[in-house]
Design a protein around this ligand. Sequence first.
Ligand code: EUG
Length: 604
Amino acid sequence: MSKAQPPPPALTQRYSGVPDRLAAIAQAAKDKLYSNKNVPESVPRRHDVRLPPDTTRDAFDKAITALRKDLGVEHVVLNDKPLVDGWYLEHPNTHDAFHVVDQEDLVCSAMAYPATTAEVQTIVRWANTYAIPIYPISMGRNVGYGGTAPRVPGSVVIDLGKRMNRILNIDGENASCVVEPGVSYFALYEEIQRRSLPLWIDCPDLGGGSVLGNAVDRGVGYTPMGDHFANHCGMEIVLPNGELLRTGMGALPGKDGADNPTWQSFQPAYGPYSDGIFSQSNFGIVCQMGFWLMRETGHQAYMITFPRDEDFPQIVEAIRPLAQNRILGNIPQLRHVAQELNVTGLPKSHWYAGTAPIPRDVIRKHASQLPCGDCSWVFYGTQYGDITSIKSQLDIIQDAFSKIEGAKFFLPKDLPDDHYIHSRALVCSGVPVLRELDWLNWVPNCAHLFFSPITPTRAADAQIVHDINVRLHKKYSFDLFPTLCVAGREMHYITNILYDRSNDDEKRRAAALMRELIATCAKEGYGEYRTHILFADQVAGTYNWNNNALMRFNETIKDALDPNGILAPGRNGIWPKKYRGKGWQILGDEVEKAIGGGTISPKL
Ligand code: EUG
């Protein structure tokens, strides 16, 4: 072990910090991660400040001076210091901490820290005046998808979270809240506890992310309200021309200038339901967002193991009716047993001496020594309600899964205190944690990329997606860690590609694997729900029905709302007119080629 690291920031000191209840866990996770890191914390920069495209240093400096006049000198910071990847709770806002291409490639020119929505409007108007691309982030903890890195290098990152992190309202009667971009799951959870309200939040596997940012990116959590965008109610948005928009009932002014009393009670209001176009887009900057909260209820986590890899289709077929009739009321996860190894937080080298993917029989040998035993798939579910109701639900579930020979049912009390199920039980009852950080000890200097296709909850479809993953992970020599998040009629089939970010060969293979996974799944009709910024163009390009009708529609909206193309150009594959046809799209093998000193930007 390397020496103990300085303590992670506490939530009481910093909006992005860790609650006291998790301080020791965060410290241990950080120490462990650094003990598996052998690259220096930073290296001297090879390049000067990365300028926005089509700008001279002179023009850029003038623009920055003007912005500093508006926001205050200390709230506009040049990105000219050595880059530090940090770790989850102390992540950089200068670049992608889990860089796939060169660390200095996907960087911003500067970071701006607005304190109010009015200041966000000021920044947007400034960007239009000086023709400088801006890239808003909430907290940037969408790690594995690009984090805080702008798609166009040299953009000015608008870090909304640092100074816009207020919980604007928690309405105990309506069971809802309104938050700014810098409110983390940790912060919202702790505040609800402080007020002793009988309400749950819904959080993803890691609790440090932005409630607003995750929902805007259409992220997923695990209680019955796990579809974050579906459970939002009302938005306040700065448009690319600086105008302010409220959606839903918020468009109807409340009495005497108050917020509309129905804003967090009814989603669509009147007329076209516009909220959707502000998710996974670059059409506006969401500065406030309402969310429904869940009323506290009884809950029971459980784990079911299945013995054979070949049980997969039967498991999926058993899940579908349970999900459709809402016996499975939340978003359970089906994980391959390989994950039981990596959620222990032990490195790959502990289990296997080779660098090739761990052979199936080696996983089997180790799994047989773990609480899950020698199995193939592990289902983590939670049932909700009162004790009698939970019992009858569990009877139905056990009955359905026991048709698969050798299925074994476990409750948390059957498993040791350090078993992963206890962390799942917390997440599935709305308690944000950090356990999933343990993945990042798998290889030295571990970084990760998510591959996130959607499959119907149907054996034939899920098997195709799974088989493609098995084949291609093997081809590119990566361990396969599938987690299927069961939403109902579909499952988010998430694989976490873990690579050593100091190793260009691994990076190239990880990028090539992503590219081939996206293309091969698309050929079969399966697409991603979300992706890393480097793969946004490719993924957007797979949604090309009827001569790219959807992208042409998105471009029409983009050009109407953002004629100068200043807001997050290229985000989710949507390029404003100014950038189209100039080589900005990343297609083919360009990511692989850029690794090891190249650049993903066009040579202008
Ligand atoms: C996970 C789930 C996601 C995602 C990234 C990671 C879970 C990992 C359902 O969406 O986008 C264990």
